[in-house]
Write a protein that binds this ligand. Structure first.
Ligand code: SF4
Ligand code: SF4
Length: 319
């Protein structure tokens, strides 16, 4: 009997999501015993020409990570969509644009100039910038970064930066065993991270008012007590659970990589409104002082979701 075909591909990715698949360890062996991995350029010697030769719809599932930032990402996403019955956006970058989506705070040409000629480590006496020649046969950056579903239809999302290997295995197993979840689902918990947090018993149950948000280096925090209770921003209340509380267990507050809950459209907007509700500020001046204590409000609230935000044009214009 022919095994279901699986493809894996990375677009604008740091490689962490590829490593998460490898971190499935024995799970990867279990997977490969029941599927044929036909395309995985980060790990296997598979060729573009082999992919184009597959009939449309003949790949069972394609797992795509990374944001869409270049012309070739658009091309590959469309090709894999055509070849696959299911497309899964894997990881925060494919899901919501991720950290790479923060590039939308700047123009692509300014980013290239900074990286290739302005950075302290750049040695580039002739000021050569990739794509500088209109004849160069290379993939060019798009004007902005997109989550995968702005380019092709996505059937499922596996959240996280990177996603826990167990979530990836569970998602692929369900598809291979022909038990697909409802289309469009984010394949993690439906409740917020606080619900699963080992520190949840110290999460303040009544109202909590914070006059100044502390930064991690400004305080000695108790590793057993809820970060919010200690005046440290933790986005657990506005972030989907299912991450195994990895950051909290490592004594770091949540920064939102699992994205928003189902009913929320704009994760950063929700985070801003949550933080505003916590501020002990009666006047505009007090509120401004509380916000001023946070050096990069867009980078905090939209660390993983700027490219999917409805407010992004406001941030982009003001940068
Ligand atoms: S989601 Fe995180 S780990 Fe995955 S590609 Fe993006 S930055 Fe890397
Ligand atoms: S706010 Fe953060 S530390 Fe507190 S219970 Fe929620 S996830 Fe845990």
């Amino acid at each position: 009997m022919t095994k279901p075909r699986i493809a894996l591909y990375w677009c604008a990715s740091c490689g962490g999501c590829e490593e998460a698949v490898l971190d499935m360890a024995e799970g990867l062996l279990r997977l490969t015993s029941s599927v044929d991995i036909v395309f995985w350029p980060a790990v296997m010697d598979t060729r573009y020409a082999e992919l184009t030769d597959f009939p449309d719809g003949s790949i069972h599932a394609s797992l795509i990570n990374g944001a869409i930032q270049q012309e070739d990402h658009v091309h590959m996403a469309r090709l894999l969509r055509r070849k696959s019955q299911f497309v899964i956006a894997s990881g925060a970058c494919a899901h919501l644009g991720g950290v790479i989506g923060l590039a939308n705070l700047n123009r692509p040409e300014d980013i290239l100039r900074r990286v290739y000629t302005g950075a302290d480590t750049a040695v580039n006496p002739n000021g050569v910038i990739p794509g500088g020649s209109p004849d160069a046969d290379i993939s060019r950056p798009l004007k902005r970064v997109y989550p995968l579903d702005r380019i092709v239809a996505v059937d499922y999302y596996i959240p996280g930066c990177p996603p826990p290997p167990a979530l990836i295995e569970k998602a692929l197993t369900r598809l291979i065993e022909n038990m697909p979840p409802d289309k469009g689902r984010v394949l993690a918990e439906t409740q917020a991270l606080c619900h699963f947090c080992p520190r949840k018993n110290s999460l303040p149950s009544g109202s909590l008012l914070i006059s100044k948000f502390k930064r991690l280096h400004e305080t000695c925090w108790d590793p057993s007590v809820c970060f919010l209770r200690q005046g440290l921003i933790c986005l657990g209340p506005v972030t989907r659970g299912g991450c195994e509380s990895r950051c909290i267990s490592g004594n770091m507050p949540c920064r939102g990589c699992f994205g928003p809950l189902d009913a929320v459209t704009d994760q950063g907007g929700k985070a801003l409104s949550f933080m505003a509700a916590l501020m002990a500020a009666d006047t505009e001046a007090q509120a401004s002082a509380a916000v001023a204590a946070i050096p990069d409000i867009a980078g905090l609230c939209y660390r993983y979701s700027l490219a999917a935000s409805v407010l992004e044009p406001i941030f982009s214009e003001s940068s």
